[in-house]
Write a protein that binds this ligand. Structure first.
Ligand SMILES: C[S@@+](CC[C@H](N)C(=O)[O-])C[C@H]1O[C@@H](n2cnc3c(N)ncnc32)[C@H](O)[C@@H]1O
Length: 288
């Protein structure tokens, strides 16, 4: 654990985590004070602040607050991800859910997928690879839209570049690596066709109004972010996903996450390793 050069008092921690929660729904438990302290003390140094009171003042008052919130989220979010993360779940997407959705959309040939906490892009690009290999030569006949969104501007810049360090491809099947990436001086550039299938937008899941502007989705992924939320924020997000999911669509959450205690009518799709849900009553908007 890195030692923070500027220490944070309990009172400063409580003020800061309340602000972070109100803005983003990210809940820092008591035991996570060191995360905020170590990640932000460097920022304080860069800005020549002597203590967290000065930073809190800067964050909440004055004309720069919006930019600083962005900078803060760039630093305090946990962005861990990788290509084909939790492969058994992605197999369920590719082998079970995707064929059903393609069949259901065969007339319109329109497919819309949302990766709602996409981090540096590995998740939505993985979905693009899966769709690319499933549709094969039929791909040009389809209008495929894959959107990756995240609260951190910094991760989205990496996502948009489509170029990854060796760490990101650490678990990747060598055949996929060979087929979809070009190595250059130790970095891996994604195939331009796959890159062009995904677009990225800055979006805070707390902001349901902005999220609704993107319309309705056939499949929504929200993996490994709800672990940072409390039940109130999880309910907010799950309601949002319910409203924005086509009536025959599917929601995927992370394998260590659950919708238990969340009062939104989703039911598990009975496939092993999936952690996937569909609308229990099949209501809502039609296709995406
Ligand atoms: C651990 S990563 C998960 C990435 C990917 N979904 C996966 O499972 O590999 C969690 C991401 O959620 C983002 N995040 C946290 N709070 C958010 C919020 N309120 N709105 C949107 N994204 C958020 C973080 O910036 C981070 O990039």
């Amino acid at each position: 654990m890195a030692t923070a050069s500027i220490t944070m008092s309990e009172a400063q921690f409580n003020t800061l985590r309340k602000i972070v929660y109100e803005r983003s729904g990210i809940h820092f438990q008591d035991s996570k004070k060191y995360v905020l302290e170590s990640r932000l003390s460097r920022r304080l140094e860069e800005m020549n602040f002597e203590n967290f009171d000065q930073y809190l003042m800067f964050l909440t008052a004055g004309p720069y607050q919006t930019d600083e919130f962005q900078e803060m989220f760039n630093r305090i979010t946990i962005n861990e991800t990788s290509f084909f993360r939790n492969e058994p779940q992605l197999e369920v997407f590719e082998k079970e859910i995707l064929p059903e959705v393609l069949e259901a959309r065969k007339d319109t040939k329109r497919l819309r997928i949302w990766s709602s906490a996409s981090s540096t892009g590995e998740e939505p690009y993985t979905l693009a690879i899966q769709i690319h290999r499933t549709l094969g030569v039929r791909l040009p006949d389809w209008h495929v839209e894959i959107l990756g969104t995240d609260i951190s501007e910094k991760v989205l810049m990496t996502a948009q570049s489509g170029v990854y360090p060796s760490y990101s491809i650490r678990t990747l099947n060598p055949l996929i690596l060979k087929r979809y990436f070009t190595e250059e001086k130790g970095t891996y550039a994604l195939d331009p066709t796959i890159k062009s299938m995904v677009r990225f937008e800055l979006l805070n899941l707390k902001d349901a109004i902005s999220a609704r502007r993107f319309g309705t989705w056939d499949v929504i992924f929200c993996r490994n972010v709800m672990i940072y939320f409390d039940d109130q924020m999880k309910t907010h997000c799950t309601k949002l996903f319910y409203d924005q999911l086509a009536k025959d669509g599917a929601l995927f959450i992370g394998h260590s996450e659950t919708l238990r205690n969340i009062d939104v009518p989703f039911e598990p799709i009975p496939v092993p390793h999936a952690f996937a849900y569909k609308k229990a009553d099949g209501t809502g908007k039609g296709e995406a």
